[in-house]
Design a protein around this ligand. Structure first.
Ligand code: 13P
Length: 271
């Protein structure tokens, strides 16, 4: 079993990576890891996550109350957001919050990552919704994020940043990388005249592959399975346009599809 000290070192390593990759500026971002039934390690508030050593890392309980912290260090101001994820997702063992440039740009523009543009992003993430704006450190962000936790492993935080979570710290970090890579590609393809989206049939094949691989975590592919049973699909849940997009066989995004995407974005904005 990995020692607590080793996990603290891993948190510092991931902090350095998100800082070095420009996913956070100055003291931004936070990271936590579940180490016991009601025990967690988390980054301290108000320090650069790029320059941490294991002594910086705080230990908290499931309410975010301090169990151990060295003098001068207090748990992240966003600890309630982390704890909400653990509470509602028992399969999650690590949470990463960052402000990656492109993903945060989409979160600020109020545009969810909902266009199927490349197989890896479709398989890893499906689509990435935006949780409604909340004031940092308050209960507003955990509340806003809550409604997406059962169907997604990555959420944009409106006018703020991105949140990813997974069964391990490395996987939670990889999800953050995937979100940012997807956002960058979507942005670049928009600059090049607009992405050529994968068709509905192509997306469904990728969703099938994901299900066959038995990949861990929550994903819109599972909502689409629900859809066959008459439960909400990611489309009817108002998050993705993928599942009901009638774009099979067309090379370009139809005006109708653009209109529907615009409508969904407007709905997200008016929530
Ligand atoms: P903390 O340093 O308190 O974790 O806050 C950083 C941040 O990014 C808040 O959203």
């Amino acid at each position: 079993m990995t020692s607590e000290y080793e996990i603290k070192k891993q948190i510092c390593e991931i902090g350095k990576r998100i800082y070095d990759k420009g996913m956070v500026a100055a003291n931004d971002g936070n990271i936590s890891v579940r180490i016991g039934k009601n025990l967690f390690l988390c980054t301290p508030t108000g320090v650069s996550k790029g320059f941490m050593t294991p002594e910086y890392i705080c230990k908290v309980d499931g309410e975010g109350k301090v169990i151990q912290a060295n003098p001068g260090f207090k748990p992240s101001s966003e600890i309630k957001m982390h704890m909400r994820v653990y509470k509602e997702r028992p399969d999650v063992n690590a949470v990463v919050h960052a402000h990656p440039l492109y993903a945060t740009g989409f979160a600020i523009a109020g545009k969810p990552l909902s266009q199927p543009i490349m197989p890896e992003a479709v398989i890893a993430l499906g689509c990435v919704p935006i949780a409604e704006y909340g004031t940092p450190s308050t209960d507003e962000i955990p509340e806003a994020v809550s409604k997406y936790l059962q169907n997604f492993d990555a959420v944009l935080l409106e006018n703020h940043g991105a949140l990813t979570y997974s069964d391990s710290l490395l996987n939670a970090y990889y999800k953050m990388e995937s979100v940012e890579f997807y956002a960058r590609l979507l942005y670049i393809s928009c600059q090049l005249g607009g992405p050529k989206e994968l068709s509905k049939a192509q997306v469904e094949r990728l969703y099938d592959i994901r299900r066959q691989f038995g990949l861990k975590g929550k994903h819109p592919a599972d909502i689409c399975v629900n859809n066959n049973a008459g439960l909400p699909s990611c489309y009817s849940a108002g998050i993705c346009d993928t599942c009901s997009a009638d774009n099979s066989g067309t090379d370009n995004v139809s005006e109708d599809l653009v209109a529907r995407i615009t409508q969904k974005v407007m709905e997200q904005l008016s929530k």
